[in-house]
Design a protein around this ligand. Structure first.
Ligand SMILES: [Zn+2]
Length: 347
């Protein structure tokens, strides 16, 4: 952010978003969620805890936006809006849940049904296939009984050491970057050595909290639910060879379509940050046949996203997102503080 943008940000904050809202508030917001769990089932480690919203908080957000006059729409409706096939008088919200956790069906769906709110679940195929290695949870468990983590791959050797849990968790960002840089085909063996668990033990941990294909089919039969794709193995696409990127984005679509008997036209990039997605992936997403693809980057949805349907901004929603942050999502101050004048990504 340059000094002009910083000055303008100060003005936007001082005037409580009145001037930023028409410029940066946008027509709607896509929210990113993962799990829906009761408070007593949420994890201890903050970053993992934040992966789950409580059903009460989800309901509170739904009621808040409805009361503000927002309409909840599906990603098909969003795509139709961007293609100028339909119009909305009100501003809109799209809810999306990543990865394909079992609690989406058990805890999340009843809340969505109660308020007749549509949502998309982006399934990472390795979850229902029982081959997901959820290293973010394995790391949390590992920390409890170890004082180091060694990652040994063809990319080199990284050693992380800690004296207590807070110190371990403060290194999570670096651990995460190191794991994301490991080539996908080496990952199971590398993590097996790092965590001292067999590949099948790691997979069993993931399978227990993943949706099965039968449950995904059941969800897809619900008129409120859209099933989207999120790659086969939840790898950081930007760091992979093009051939593998195409395979991950194409095979996941085809396999989900086989199980649910419907076309899959919405995609979310794994991790979705600037370090995870490049222009190459946006082009591949369009070639593979996705109507929309979402990021994990600050921003609202504008009419002008017609030209960038493969790079839709999406922001997190969870128990720690307070009312001030929500106001700054709505009036665009939050995105302006991150992006400055740049409304659209990857241009
Ligand atoms: Zn994900």
């Amino acid at each position: 952010m340059n000094w002009i943008e910083r000055k303008i940000l100060g003005f936007f904050v001082k005037t409580k978003g009145i001037f930023s809202a028409p410029l940066f508030g946008g027509k709607g917001i896509i929210f990113m969620l993962h799990r829906v769990l009761p408070e007593n089932e949420r994890n201890a480690f903050t970053l993992n805890k934040d992966l789950a919203i409580t059903p009460e908080k989800l309901e509170e957000f739904i009621l808040f936006f409805k009361q503000k006059g927002y309409v909840f729409i599906s990603l098909d409706e969003l795509a139709d809006y961007l293609d100028e096939k339909i119009k909305f008088q009100q501003k809109f919200i799209c809810l999306t849940f990543d990865d394909g956790y079992k609690d989406n069906l058990i805890v999340g769906l009843p809340v969505l049904k109660k308020h007749q709110v549509p949502a998309t679940i982006y399934v990472t195929n390795c979850l229902p296939n029982g081959t997901a290695i959820m290293w973010w949870y394995l790391f949390e468990n590992h920390v409890k009984s170890h004082s180091e983590l060694i990652l040994n791959s063809s990319k080199g050797r990284s050693v992380f050491q800690w004296e207590n849990e807070p110190s371990a968790f403060s290194q999570f960002g670096k651990v995460s970057e190191a794991i994301k840089s490991i080539p996908g085909n080496e990952l199971p063996v590398v993590l097996s050595q790092s965590f001292g668990l067999s590949v099948s033990e790691m997979e069993a941990h993931g399978e227990a909290i993943s949706l099965s294909w039968e449950e995904i089919k059941e969800l897809s039969n619900d008129p409120l639910i859209t099933i989207g794709a999120h790659t086969m193995n939840h790898i950081c696409l930007k760091q992979q060879l093009e051939e593998l990127v195409v395979e991950e984005m194409k095979a996941s679509k085809i396999e989900i379509e086989k199980y649910i008997g419907k076309e899959v036209v919405h995609f979310a990039y794994p991790f979705g940050g600037e370090v995870d997605v490049s222009k190459r992936e946006l082009e591949i997403a369009a070639e593979v046949g996705y109507r929309t693809s979402t990021l994990n980057q600050a921003g609202s949805i504008f009419k002008s996203n017609k030209k960038s349907k493969q790079a839709l901004a999406r922001m997190p929603l969870g128990n720690r997102i307070d009312s001030e942050r929500i106001s700054n999502y709505i009036n665009g101050i939050y995105h302006f503080s991150v992006n400055g004048f740049k409304k659209q990504k990857y241009q």
